[in-house]
Write a protein that binds this ligand. Structure first.
Ligand code: YSA
Length: 350
């Protein structure tokens, strides 16, 4: 009897002491098999001896055996919980996010310089009563040329060559093209409404063009149209001077020169003295000292008649300007090709 109780007490103290030193789950499992394992475990082996004890010793030894078994089970569970907790904390600290790291910068977008300039142009004309409409970039030959007094054999078509689409209307008369200017919208607007009209049309245009420092093949224009009773050439000049003062300040020089556009009579081009050479002549202004920013004129009576207006009752002026050229003048940009080269070094300056 005394041997079994001694052995039980010895198992208890040795097993618990060993358990104290265990620090990982594999060793814990090994400990469980050694001390509690159903077949070979040291404690179950001792318990097998209980039935062999004399009856008078069995009760006391049985109570001790139960206490040792419970002590080992509880100690095992406690140790398992401690190790479990330790491995969870280890994992958490390995996966922890370091909130003290500086965040990654999200680059902020900005408006393209052309868009900024378009908005400034619109803001300059708004106080004079102009509203904004847009039109199609793919246009009928009729609106781009015919209705603007530019028939199929007119030499003006050469300077406004473009891409043609292989689509015609039912009569086979009006092939489609990529519009070469925003002027077709003059006709569309006049067809759709009666005077008075004061309207701006910003939009993209396309030309078969050899590019250089001041010429792109895809660029923007802003068309202006004002039709009413009693509008004269003085209104055209007054409006465009007011615009130039607002965009370029009072010191910039403005030049009006006679020019020919089949849809105006008379026609002019308006230029601003070149920012790059102060009017002396350089590659930006093709050595002329001036940068042409728009064509303009009094709307031709034939155009008014074509849309059903009476030219004896109504007159008007129109203009078409290049916002990239205006941005070049305002910001001192020496090559128009920068605008659409998608170079962030350029674009981030605006
Ligand atoms: C004229 C009379 C009107 O009553 C109404 C509008 C016009 C303008 C006409 N439709 C036209 O397109 N004239 S234009 O060929 O001389 O172009 C007008 C403006 O667009 C130019 O003054 C210039 O600022 C810009 N532009 C022309 N070709 C360009 C260009 N900008 C960049 N690249 C090009 N290739």
């Amino acid at each position: 009897m005394s041997t079994l109780t001694d052995e039980l007490t010895d198992v208890e103290s040795s097993a618990l002491a060993e358990l104290e030193r265990i620090s990982d789950r594999d060793a814990l499992e090994e400990w469980r098999v050694t001390w509690q394992g159903r077949r070979q475990g040291r404690l179950p082996k001792l318990l097998e001896q209980l039935p062999t004890l004399p009856i008078e010793d069995r009760r006391e030894a049985g109570q001790l055996a139960n206490r040792v078994r419970t002590a080992l089970e509880n100690a095992y569970e406690e140790r398992r919980a401690v190790l479990e907790h330790a491995s969870v904390s280890q994992r958490l600290s390995a996966e922890a996010i370091d909130v003290t790291l500086p965040g990654r910068r999200v680059p902020a977008g900005g408006l393209h310089p052309t868009t900024q300039t378009l908005r400034e142009i619109i803001d300059a004309f708004k106080p004079m009563g102009f509203t904004v409409v847009e039109g199609p970039e793919v246009e009928w030959d009729y609106y781009n040329f015919e209705a603007l007094n530019i028939p199929a054999d007119h030499p003006a078509r050469d300077q406004w060559d473009t891409l043609w689409l292989d689509i015609e209307d039912d009569d086979g008369k009006r092939p489609l093209l990529l519009r070469t200017h925003t002027s077709p919208m003059q006709v569309r607007i006049m067809e759709a409404q009666e005077p008075p009209i004061r309207v701006l049309v910003p939009g993209r245009v396309f030309r078969h063009e050899a590019t250089d420092a001041s010429h792109e093949s895809v660029f923007f224009q802003v068309e202006g149209l004002a039709i009413d009773r009693g509008i004269t050439f003085a209104d055209l000049k007054g409006t465009l001077y007011a615009f130039a003062r607002r965009m370029f300040g009072p010191d910039r020089r403005v030049r009006f020169r006679c020019d020919f556009f089949p849809f105006v009579e008379p026609g002019v081009d308006m230029a601003i003295d070149c920012f790059a050479c102060k009017g002396n002549g350089c590659r930006v202004c093709s050595q002329s000292g001036w940068l042409e920013i728009m064509g303009a004129g009094m709307v031709h009576p034939k155009i008014l008649q074509r849309v059903g207006y009476d030219p004896d009752e109504y007159t008007g002026f129109a203009f078409g300007m290049g916002p990239e050229r205006i941005a070049m003048l305002r910001h001192g940009i020496d090559d128009i090709r920068h605008f659409y080269a998608n170079d962030l070094n350029f674009l981030e300056q605006f």
